[in-house]
Design a protein around this ligand. Structure first.
Ligand SMILES: *[C@@H]1O[C@H](CO)[C@@H](O)[C@H](O)[C@H]1NC(C)=O
Length: 240
């Protein structure tokens, strides 16, 4: 507890520390698709902090040209989303790569079915949560800690029963270091463009962005140093 409160006062002294991380690459069943390929990579690693903003959907100010690749992903495949300190991906040793390790918080992934994964419209979609990694109460380790230890890699499975077709895959890292009041939590996300093949018949219900997160959610306004358990924001994770 002593360490926790010392860290908490340090965070207050330092002020606006930022996790500053960008999801810019995916691997499908361990096959890397290439830096920025099939991803709308934001040019800045600045956080989104307004949960009512359309920028919370897939971020904003993308590196140009935006990839026109749609990555083929067999249903049931393992996706490794790769986060790094800046939009450039991994560029060499950096103590804040993939993020500043003092920034604790969850890592989440969502899918939204779209007519065309390269379409620029991202509003009005229905997002299904397929993965979340919050706080392990037994070890005190966060999803962000596992992301740091795995050098920016987070791996999860595309549901094997989900309907085939084109999807946006939204992968998000949230820093709760400044989250004691709103706005304070920092949201870092990008959207990958994928085509799921060989899927089943599931068309799971989804939530909307913005909308799924509220400025009053206890998962978004919280003191990370005083938590013994934590439920990430948004709906339950869809399981086949
Ligand atoms: C991250 O995942 C990619 C793709 O599977 C792999 O090439 C890379 O070696 C992984 N990095 C680490 C540090 O495990």
């Amino acid at each position: 507890m002593k360490t926790f409160s010392a860290l908490a006062s340090l965070a207050v002294l330092v002020g606006y520390v930022s996790a500053r991380t960008v999801f810019s690459q995916i691997a499908v069943n361990s096959v890397d698709q290439g830096q920025g390929v099939a991803i709308r990579v934001p040019s800045s690693n600045s956080p989104i902090t307004d949960v009512t903003s359309n920028n919370l959907i897939c971020n904003t100010n993308f590196l140009q040209p935006v990839s026109d690749v749609v990555a083929t992903v067999p249903a049931g495949a393992a996706i490794t989303a790769q986060f790094h300190h800046t939009s450039a991906g991994y560029v060499g040793p950096d103590p804040s790569d993939p993020l500043d390790p003092t920034n604790k918080g969850p890592v989440l992934a969502y899918l939204a079915k779209v007519p065309d994964a390269t379409q620029s419209t991202v509003t009005g979609l229905s997002w299904t949560k397929i993965f979340q990694d919050g706080l392990d109460s037994a070890t005190g380790q966060w999803g962000s800690d596992r992301l740091f230890l795995n050098k920016g890699n987070v791996t999860f499975t595309i549901p094997s029963c989900i309907e085939s077709g084109q999807y946006l895959l939204r992968v998000e890292s949230i820093s709760l270091l400044q989250a004691t009041s709103y706005p304070g939590a920092q949201f870092f996300m990008s959207c990958a463009q994928i085509e799921i093949t060989g899927g089943g018949s599931a068309t799971p219900a989804g939530v909307s962005f913005p909308g799924a997160y509220k400025s009053t959610d206890p998962s978004i306004v919280t003191n990370v140093f005083e938590l013994s358990s934590y439920t990430p924001p948004g709906p339950a994770v869809f399981k086949c």
